[in-house]
Design a protein around this ligand. Structure first.
Ligand code: PRP
Ligand code: URA
Length: 209
């Protein structure tokens, strides 16, 4: 069943506010993106399946819960989603990592695919799609389309900042997925940038212009 969760935890909100600042440099921007992804991941993964396994403590042997099933898949949307991967891998170091390469045409804002590779068997994994920005929603919808076309079923989408337009488009195009948002912003501007947003996430993570 699909859902939208806005993660209004004070630590997440505080870090997002620093991320937004125009004078936050690349180094700090990268570490904050990773930290926010980890805090969001803690919440987004609370329904991971667990099973009791036998463990021998120094005192006795007991049955105790561990994460069950195939390893999770983390799937960043390139480029900016890469900045969130470390945060998820800090929580689940054994997760597999897929990549979806999409860039948004600056004129039409339509997403264009340039690279895609997913871990197999994708249909058995919990898949966490990462992109700091959900603006028009075109990239997120295309990424989830691609994952589903390859058999992905249990899909979570995690973004740091969303515009209402993108959130609505993703929710209606893929009503079955779980969506986690760090902060829901006001709107999009005429260039389809999120307002107030943080500018171009990819450029700020990688120090390009
Ligand atoms: C940005 C961002 C999202 C997309 C969001 O990527 O990281 O992928 O735009 O916009 P949308 O919701 O309107 O599709 P961009 O295409 O700029 O590529 P980059 O990460 O390589 O900079
Ligand atoms: N992509 C970004 O990086 N920022 C926006 O505000 C919109 C799309």
């Amino acid at each position: 069943m699909g859902s939208v969760v806005i993660l209004n935890h004070p630590l997440i909100q505080h870090k997002i506010s620093i991320l937004r600042k125009e004078d936050t440099g690349t180094n700090e921007f990268r570490s904050l993106t990773e930290e926010i992804a980890m805090l969001m991941g803690y919440e987004a993964l609370r329904d991971l399946p667990v099973e009791d396994v036998e463990v021998k403590t120094p005192i006795e042997t007991c049955m105790t819960p561990m994460i069950a099933g195939k390893k999770m898949a983390v799937v960043p949307i390139l480029r900016a989603g890469l900045g969130m991967v470390g945060g998820l891998l800090a929580l689940v170091p054994s997760a597999k990592v897929g990549h979806i390469g999409l860039y948004r045409d600056p004129v039409t804002t339509e997403p264009h695919e340039y690279y895609c590779k997913l871990p197999t068997p994708i249909e058995e994994r919990t898949i966490v799609v990462l992109d700091p920005m959900l603006a028009t929603g075109g990239s997120a919808v295309a990424a989830v389309d691609f994952i589903k076309a390859h058999g992905g079923k249990k899909i979570k989408f995690m973004c740091i900042i969303a515009a209402p337009q993108g959130l609505e488009r993703l929710r209606t195009s893929h009503p079955d997925i779980q969506i986690y948002v760090g902060h829901l912003d006001r709107t999009l501007n005429d260039h389809a940038y999120i307002v107030p947003g943080l500018g171009d996430a990819g450029d700020r993570i990688f120090g390009t212009k």
